[in-house]
Structure formats: C-alpha cells, structure tokens
Design a protein around this ligand. Structure first.
Ligand code: UD1
Length: 431
C-alpha cells in the first residue's frame, strides 16, 4: 500500500489548476447509458473511481473510446447487459448510479447491493422508492437489487423524504426516458446535480427547475449524443484552500466556479483569510496569520458540505480558539479525529459534534486514513505538524484527488509518495 510522507511544517504558497469533479464525472458517465448516440465526456479527472465506472460501463456492453485529450466517448446503442456485478460495485458505491439509466433504457436492471462504508450505513431506500413511484417493481435478493418495468417507466410526482444527492441523480436519469411528466420534490441542489441535469439536457432531455429543489422532467422517447465537459471539483479546490489557510500561506486555485463554494469561502473569511475571487478563480491569503477557529454544521447544498468537514476540523485544530463541528449527513464521519489527536490535536467527540480546542502546534506521527476526505484532513494536519508524518492507506485519497502529492509539491510542500504493494483490503474498499 502506498503511503505519503510529509515533512512539516510546510507552508502552502502558489497557484494550481483544479481538476474535473469526481462527484460529477461518475453520474455523468453513468448517464451515457441512456443515449443511443455517442456521448463525449471531457474534463474527466484521472482517478481510480473514474476508471472503475468506465470498466463497469464496458462490462455492460458500452463501446468506449478514449481520445487524445483523455475525453471518453461512450456509445450505449447496443447494450444488452443489465447486471452490475458485485466485483465492481464493492470497489465503488457510485456503481448504484447505473440502476436508473439501465432500468429506463432496458426495462430491467440488476445491481449488487452496495454495503455501508467507514463513514456510515449509506442506505439506498430512497432511490428504490423513486423507481417504484415511476412504475418499476423492485426486489432485493441474494445481495442484488433488481428493478423491472413492463414497457416504459411512467412519470410520477415524487417527494424525497431526505435530500439525497445520489437518489436525486438516479431518479432524475430514469425519469428522462419515462412516459409523461415527473416531478422530484425536495431534490438535491448540489452543483454536481446541476451539472448532470445540464448534461442530460444536452442529450435532449427536458428538465427544468435545475438548481432548485423541484425538478420537473418531461420524459422523451430517446436521448441523443452530446459533447460535455464536467465541472471542476469544488471539493478539491476547497481542500487546497483550507491547506493554505491552516499553514498560514496563500494560494490561487484556477478553473473553479467560486459560486459552487460560497459556504466554504464565507467560513474561510471568518477564519481570517483575505479572499478574492474572479470568474473562474479564487485567491486566499492568510498574510502569515494563524487561522481563527470557526464553527461548522454540515447540511445539504447550499449549506456547508459534509465533504469539507474533515479538512476544516484539521484547520480548527491549529487555530486560535475553540470551535464546534457538527456532522449532520453521515453518522460516522468524525473518525479522523482519533488520528488527529494522536498528532497532538485536542478534539473531543460528543455525539455528532466535535469540540476542537485549537493548539499551538501538532506533532508528526504515523497515521492511517479511513476514508477519502479524512485522508485529506490528515495530509493537512501533516503539513502543520513538526516532523515527518507518514499517512498510510492513501488509496482512499487517490480515489478523489488527482496527483495530490504533485500538486502539493508545486505549492511548496515537502511531501512524497512511498510506493507499496496492493493489498486485498485495498482492492475491496468502497465509499
Ligand atoms: C453524500 C453527500 C454529498 C457528498 C457524498 C460523498 C449530501 C446531501 N450528500 O452524497 O454531498 O459528496 O455524500 O461524501 O450532503 N439517505 C437515505 N436513503 C437513501 C439515500 C440517502 O437515508 O436512499 C441518507 C444518507 O444516509 C445520508 C443522506 O441521506 O444521511 C444523504 O445521502 P446522499 O446524499 O444520498 O449520499 P451521497 O449521494 O453519497
């Protein structure tokens, strides 16, 4: 297993380009199953999860072409396979996103039931209820979810009990090919859902209310091809901004939409950062100051994203003052705290809240990553700590950050990858 070795303290200073969004790329790639024409997707990040999704599409019978700019052209005209096998789903929970498109295209879909992961139980009941509302019969047997419909799905008025990003995306994709109008109430408004809806409209879907919590979908008989670039990764951008804030440095992140990060930018300003934004860039400068502790409460967009919670907890641990970090989306997403305390952080957990007492400095230690964003927070802690921090199990970080150590090096960090062997456990992780 690869590890990251960070020699701290290291200040983040410089400019970097932000990659395409993983959380946008995965549903958009799955949406290629809906079209009989060729769909070209550009600005894909080079990440293991993207490769796994491409492998899954290929195993479902999609013709794939990778062009010289590393865009992927998908052609799902002749798909006949409707089963997403356990071997692939267990490595990536987002595989569940092929369920809606397969059901809408073929009238049948079978996807291995994705289990929970380190951050929580992560049920998919709301996805399944949405498909049932669209007229499908859904059964769960022998570890597989099977959804079938006789003829086309039928438009329906769907009320989501909870805001779910994956659930909204799955139902939205299925509804594009349903007969008649569907309305999804209490839909997720995350920028990645907006990106998917825009891509579907580029394929000929009729979706309105994009960016609101009420999506209206007028079903069409078929979708055509399109050429679409995925949005940039707001969480990657946010992670680098926090790394600069925690290390009292400065950074300019380029090719990112500042509107997608408003809640995060407001918190960074509250932490004492001098922020400037352009159309597609954000600059943060701590002017050498230590960050001020900020209270965080995660909630669906446009509130503060759960995917930025761990990184802010790391920053708060070296900030001036005491803060509370409340995680409301996932039941076990404060796990990184125990590793950070091993580095000298002073964090106490009470239920879903972390109470963080800022300390003067952290001390390097060998630490273990437990999930994607938790690993990013350990890298930030390593940058702030005195000495050599070795972060183990960084396959988690490789799932969501393209060339993290190269980008960090460009920004002046002393960080390098120590290659290791692939373990069984590594090939079976999912989150
Ligand atoms: C969630 C985050 C998303 C983040 C991603 C990866 C939210 C709203 N979603 O998306 O921002 O990028 O994790 O970290 O912040 N739920 C159910 N039943 C379902 C589906 C979900 O009860 O069928 C619950 C989940 O347990 C969770 C909440 O709804 O508590 C939100 O889950 P959901 O948005 O679906 O998760 P992801 O799509 O993975």
């Amino acid at each position: 297993m690869d590890k990251l070795l960070i020699n701290g303290p290291s200040k983040i200073e410089g400019e970097i380009r932000i990659s395409g969004s993983k959380n946008s790329a995965l549903p958009i790639l799955a949406s290629g199953l809906l079209s009989k024409g060729s769909v070209r997707i550009g600005n894909l990040p080079h990440l293991n999860d993207v490769t796994t999704m491409i492998e899954l599409l290929s195993c479902l019978g999609v013709d794939l072409l990778i062009d010289e700019k590393l865009g992927v052209e998908l052609n799902a005209e002749k798909i006949t396979q409707f089963t997403a096998p356990y071997e692939l789903v267990k490595t990536m929970r987002a595989s569940i996103l092929v369920l809606g498109p397969l059901l809408a295209r073929l009238g049948k879909a079978r996807v291995s039931f994705p289990g929970g992961c380190a951050i929580g139980s992560r049920p998919v009941d709301l996805h399944l209820r949405g498909f049932e509302a669209l007229g499908a019969t859904v059964t769960v047997e022998s570890g597989f979810i099977e959804a079938v419909v006789d003829g086309r799905l039928k438009g329906a008025h769907i009320f989501m009990d909870k805001v779910t990003v994956g659930g909204t995306e799955n139902i939205l994709m299925a509804a594009t090919l349903a007969e008649g109008r569907s309305i999804i109430e209490n839909a997720a408004r995350e920028p990645e859902v907006v990106d998917l809806a825009n891509c579907l409209n580029a394929m000929g879907a009729k979706i309105s209310g994009i960016g609101t919590d009420k999506l209206i979908i007028d079903g069409v008989e078929e979708l055509h091809g399109c050429d679409y670039d995925v949005m940039s990764d707001r969480i990657e951008a946010g992670t680098f901004l926090v790394a600069a804030a925690a290390t009292r440095g400065w950074i300019k992140v380029k090719d990112v939409d500042p509107h997608s990060l408003e809640a995060v930018l407001a918190k960074l300003e509250e932490a004492g950062a001098k922020m400037t934004v352009g159309d597609d860039w954000i600059r943060l400068d701590m002017e050498g100051r230590k960050p001020i502790a900020v209270d965080i409460r995660t909630a669906p967009y446009p509130a503060f994203p759960t995917d930025m919670q761990a990184q802010f907890t790391a920053m708060n641990s070296v900030a001036t003052g005491v803060s509370t970090v409340v995680e409301t989306i996932f039941e076990n997403r404060l796990i990184q705290v125990h590793e950070m305390n091993r580095m000298g952080a002073n964090i106490r957990i009470e239920g879903n809240t972390a109470i963080v007492e800022g300390c003067e400095t952290l001390t390097a230690a060998p630490v273990m990553a437990s999930d994607l964003r938790a690993s990013a927070s350990l890298v930030i802690a390593g940058l702030c700590a005195n000495g050599a921090t070795l972060v183990d199990r960084i396959y988690h970080i490789d799932r969501g950050y393209e060339c993290i150590e190269e980008k960090m090096q460009l920004l002046g960090a002393s960080i390098r990858r120590i290659p290791g062997r692939l373990s069984n456990e590594q090939s079976e992780q999912s989150s």
